[in-house]
Design a protein. Structure first.
Length: 258
């Protein structure tokens, strides 16, 4: 069993040391504290949305010190969302994965850029599988969800959880929820998706686990969804052993080209 959380956020245009921006840092501390207190047992991973912070990040460790400090303080892995991050001479939509000791395990770059992103940013080319302790997971970013081969490649490489940091407008929430459930069902894998909320963006972050009826050999989505407008924490307890067994049965029936 593993305790997984997501934090739904408004969009932020500034971070810093000024008094106005310090309140943002304090709000994050309260959210992280809430995440760590909902269960008596330890939270393993918390995921934030895509592009909740709108500016280009040039020094993640410096600009987001409160994220790495929170990982150490609460002893969990943080998927801090995805940012426009400048690395060398390129700007990516980048998700740095922060371990419980505050270090960066690695980065996932968004593979399928959306809309105007294609004109200004560089796409990634590979799905990464991250490993913290005995837990393996991947982080496809927002529009990557639409392409089934992205999730399938991560699962084939050993991912047992899929996190989708997202930034979905209100008009896109219904299809987004459908995609999330389909990815979970077709891969027999739990899915965690955090969204930006408020204004143009629709919130309603979602965690999809699976229930299994052994008598009929049918899996159905077990869904927990957030609200539309406010920041919130959602945490669920997921049985990875059960989804692993379901996945092994399903993939044994699939055709391969190996």
């Amino acid at each position: 069993m593993v305790n997984i959380g997501l934090i739904q956020l408004h969009q932020y245009d500034r971070l810093g040391d000024a008094p106005r921006n310090q309140s943002i840092h304090e709000q994050f501390k309260r959210l992280f504290h809430k995440a760590s207190e909902i269960y008596g047992s330890k939270i393993e991973i918390v995921c934030l949305p895509e592009l909740w912070y709108t500016r280009v990040v040039r020094d993640f460790e410096k600009e987001f010190k409160f994220i790495t400090d929170a990982a150490r303080e609460y002893d969990f892995t943080i998927i801090p969302g995805a940012f426009k991050e400048k690395i060398d001479d390129n700007i990516y939509v980048s998700c740095p994965v922060v371990t419980p000791n505050g270090s960066i395990l690695g980065r996932q770059f968004k593979i399928h850029l959306f809309g105007h992103q294609r004109n200004a940013l560089k796409p990634g080319s590979k799905m990464e599988v991250f490993e913290v302790g005995k837990l393996k997971f991947s982080v496809p970013i927002c529009y990557d969800l639409v392409f089934p081969e992205i999730a399938r490649s991560a699962v084939r490489e050993g991912a047992e959880l899929l996190f989708f940091p997202s930034k979905i407008p209100k008009t896109g929430i219904d299809p987004w929820h459908l995609y999330l459930q389909v990815r979970a069902l077709e891969n027999r894998i739990p899915v965690v998706a955090s969204n930006v909320c408020g204004g143009f963006f629709g919130g309603k972050s979602m965690i999809v686990d699976l229930e299994y009826d052994r008598s009929t050999d049918i899996a159905t989505p077990k869904i927990k969804t957030g609200v539309a407008a406010k920041e919130q924490v959602i945490i669920v307890n997921i049985d990875l052993r059960r989804s692993r067994q379901m996945r092994q049965r399903r993939f044994a029936d699939s055709f391969t080209t190996d």
